[in-house]
Design a protein around this ligand. Structure first.
Ligand code: MCN
Ligand code: CUM
Length: 772
């Protein structure tokens, strides 16, 4: 089925926040810090306020008077809404100017005079804990360092024992650099506070409208039932639109101050400089094995750069997200990982960009280590993986750091990959080409993803348990409307969620409309990230539809004057067991449920049903990827020749949407591996503020993807589906980097950090690798 929403998107009929026009709207612009670390000694707004079109200039002091200068982050920290004492990263919000039009607001920024007293910045996370490092968060009571948290998983002593006895140990420092989700639509908001009713309506481009409503209530003190958050069409999220940003709070304050709607739309540089980044993990990994390549254990230490405020978006009990899935797809005796989070003078945020809460970093590290082990043992990396993958009979499998993998058949996926790619022939071609002095590289990765958070008992964000609601209304004519708590940013929920209901009720997907992105019109739920929509909300939709089906059975029994137990279901129809001609369709039953029929007990009239789905576990999709590159040693240029991907996300609701998700994620992987980087100079100046500097992959950089699939249903999801949205972004960077390292083997290169730009590759060949 093709995507329902594309009919409006390809006609330019989508409605994004910027398309929302309210009468009397004022426009805002944000004044940002030019320095990475400085004390603010004075702010003079008089000239800006004198601008004929400026209505209000909001500073930290104005917010502080209302208790709004600081706001909670998604990780239990606080973040400055507008700086009062210090600026802590370049691009930090300092003032919010509201004017009659967006151009005047921008112009007036230049009229705000801020005196800064520069302070030395912490730019390299590896120096953040030095005794003489400048203290970034001197606002924190009793804390005089840049330390945020220490966290560990696994059994350290058992791991040390296995390492002590292991014949082979390979170690490597691996940087997963700071990258950015970079959605095409930047962040935007319109806040409209009605002074008469006290109702606040916020149009925002968000992935989690309900969570934002609760947060806005907490921050502003406006009662939650008087807040409505509307997230219309969203032009890409990739994690960037999970948090609340300071300008959103300023827009609300601005609307309360002016009594008018206040609109703010970020530009590209602001998005790249100041909104949530991803990764920035300095990792040290060790892998232990026997001489014949049985992998025994993994030991990992991480230094995590969280920027100036700890604003990572992830379940609150997991300060390093799901990084402890670093054991990957292998059967280990022991594993231990520890993560230390630190503040630096960089933008806050973290974990965004199709990462499944740090599975991206974990998966990259273990797959690099396995390749380095193959190099050390001089065995084929495909062979080494095949020898060590979990076997199907081991599922459900509890790994040494505590995850319970629900289902999988890993050897089958790897075998299918090798066959689809023609692995043996590829290796033969590589040998031939090496003799000609050509540098073909073949890289593999195998990943296990963990998506679909909760259960709510173990997982919450700011105290909100991770479950999702769905409400299904069936109209008298049998047409249905499904209301869901998750919010599509391009993933096609209007199509796939309609398909889920259609499948359960045996009606056409065109007979089901999906409503999302408006908190007044949808049930509460935690939203779309961590590829949780299908595993959690999709399950809610399915269960709600099954309740409708059961209700329909009772109505049909009254219509047919038989016991409900004597009815059997076939798609779209309840009929008398053994007599398919005596039956009633869902459409007929819906009409009867709204009619003067005497309804039996258990049906109040109508067929509507709802469900709040609390997942029993995450789902664990997996995949096997292979990348073929060619490297020009003269220029360091890498060209991706082929990319073969086998994905298993359980039952696929819409195969073409799943393929689209995989295509997008593979392109992300090429971007991260070869070109994307948020870099800083030693003064903390941000060096990637436009798409000239922050490179995104285009079609030219991508080969024609070669996809294949296996289907291992999730045993606990009602439809057997697992999430897919982030799989390819998680799994593909390792395949690309492993391929480049394979191509560089004749030069004795073991490892080089991403992004593998021509300069980085050339330096690695010269034996002088660029280091993060
Ligand atoms: N699907 C399916 N069968 C499955 C699994 C999924 O048909 N077995 C369909 C789903 O029903 C949905 C799509 O594939 O239409 C993605 O589903 P899912 O894996 O549940 O992921 P989410 O919908 O929760 O999307 C979130 C995920 C994340 S976290 C990021 S980041 C990301 C991604 O989706 N951001 C995206 N893919 C994106 N795609 C687009 N176009 N834009 C983004 O911002
Ligand atoms: Cu980690 S990016 Mo997605 O989970 O929105």
């Amino acid at each position: 089925m093709t995507r329902k929403e594309d009919a409006r998107f390809v006609r330019g009929r989508g409605t994004y926040v910027d398309d929302v026009r309210l009468p009397g709207t004022l426009h805002a612009a944000v004044l940002r810090s030019p320095l990475a670390h400085a004390r603010i000694t004075a702010i003079d707004t008089r000239a800006a306020e004198a601008h004929p079109k400026v209505r209000v200039v909001i500073t930290g002091a104005v917010l502080a008077d209302r208790g709004l200068a600081w706001m909670p982050t998604l990780s239990g920290d606080v973040q400055a809404v507008l700086a009062t004492d210090k600026v802590r990263f370049q691009g930090q919000e300092v003032a919010f100017v509201i004017a009659d039009d967006p151009y005047s607001a921008r112009d007036a920024l230049a009229l705000v005079d801020v005196d800064y007293d520069p302070l030395p910045p912490v730019v390299d996370a590896r120096t953040a804990l030095d005794p003489d490092a400048p203290v970034i968060r001197d606002d924190r009571e009793g804390r005089r360092d840049n330390h945020i948290f220490d966290w560990e998983a696994g059994d350290a002593a058992a791991t040390d024992r296995v390492f002590a006895g292991a014949a082979v140990v390979v170690a490597q420092d691996v940087l997963y650099p700071r990258v950015h989700p970079a959605p095409l639509e930047t962040c935007a908001v319109i806040a409209d506070h009605d002074v008469v009713t006290g109702k606040l309506t916020v149009w925002a481009t968000t992935q989690a409208p309900h969570a934002h409503r609760t947060l806005l209530a907490t921050i502003t003190g406006i009662p939650e039932h008087r807040i409505r958050v509307v997230s219309p069409d969203v032009g890409g999220g990739f994690g960037n639109k999970v948090p609340i940003y300071p300008a959103y709070v300023c827009a609300v304050a601005g609307s309360m101050l002016t009594g008018r709607p206040v609109k703010w739309t970020e530009d590209r540089s602001e998005n790249l400089m100041a909104t949530t980044f991803a990764r920035d993990y300095h990792m040290h990994g060790e892998i232990a094995s026997t001489v014949d390549g049985k992998i025994l254990a993994l030991r990992v230490r991480v230094l995590a750069d969280h920027g100036a405020f700890n604003g990572t978006a992830q379940p609150s009990k997991y300060p390093a997200g799901f990084f402890h899935i670093v054991t990957g797809s292998y059967d280990l005796e022991a594993a231990h990982c520890s993560v230390t989070g630190v503040y630096t003078n960089k933008a806050p945020g973290g974990v965004a960009y199709a990462c499944s809460f740090r599975v991206a970093e974990a998966s990259f590290l273990v797959e690099r280590l396995v390749d380095l082990l193959a190099l050390e043992l001089d065995v084929d990396p495909a062979e080494l993986r095949m020898r060590n993958l979990l076997r199907p009979e081991q599922f459900p499998y509890t790994c040494s750091t505590g995850w319970e993998y629900d289902s999988g058949d890993y050897p089958r996926a790897l075998a299918l990959l090798l066959e689809t790619a023609g692995y043996r022939e590829l290796r033969a071609e590589q040998a031939r080409r090496r003799e000609l002095g050509e540098h073909l590289g073949i890289g593999l990765s195998f990943f296990t993803e963990a998506v679909g958070a909760g259960p709510r008992k173990h997982m919450d964000i700011v105290g909100l348990g991770m479950a999702d609601g769905a409400e299904l209304r069936v109209h008298p004519t049998g047409k249905a409307v499904l209301r869901i708590s998750v919010q599509s940013q391009g993933q096609g929920h209007e199509t796939t969620f309609a398909q889920i209901v259609a499948h359960e009720l045996g009606i056409g997907p065109d007979d089901v409309d999906v409503v999302h992105g408006d908190t007044d019109a949808t049930p509460f739920g935690l939203g779309t990230y961590g590829s949780r929509s299908t595993p959690v909300s999709g399950a809610a939709a399915s269960m709600a539809a099954r309740k409708v089906r059961e209700r329909a059975r009772i109505v049909a029994s009254a219509m047919l004057e038989v016991s409900p137990d004597d009815l059997e279901w076939s798609p779209g129809r309840w009929s008398v067991r053994g007599d398919p001609t005596a039956g009633k369709s869902i459409t007929e039953i819906a009409a009867a449920a709204h009619s003067d029929l005497d309804l039996p007990d258990g049906v109040e009239g109508q067929l509507d049903a709802s469900c709040v789905y609390n997942p029993p576990n995450l789902t664990f999709p997996f995949g096997a990827y292979l990348c073929v590159v060619e490297v020009d040693p003269g220029t360091g240029q890498v060209v991706v020749r082929r990319f073969v991907a086998v994905d298993d996300c359980g039952v696929r609701i819409n195969p073409s949407i799943v393929e689209g998700q995989v295509h997008g994620g593979l392109a992300d992987g090429i971007g991260v591996a070869l070109m994307e980087l948020i870099a800083f100079d030693p003064d903390g100046n941000h060096l990637g503020g436009s798409f000239m500097d922050y490179l995104l992959p285009t079609a030219v950089d991508c080969p024609s993807w070669e996809l294949a699939e296996t289907v291992t249903p999730s045993p606990h999801h009602p439809l057997g589906a697992k999430g897919i949205g982030e799989c390819a972004t998680v799994g593909s960077p390792a395949a690309v980097v492993n391929a480049v390292m394979d191509a560089l083997r004749p030069f004795g290169v073991r490892h080089a950090d991403m992004p593998l730009t021509p300069a980085a590759v050339w330096r690695a060949i010269q034996g002088r690798p660029l280091r993060g």
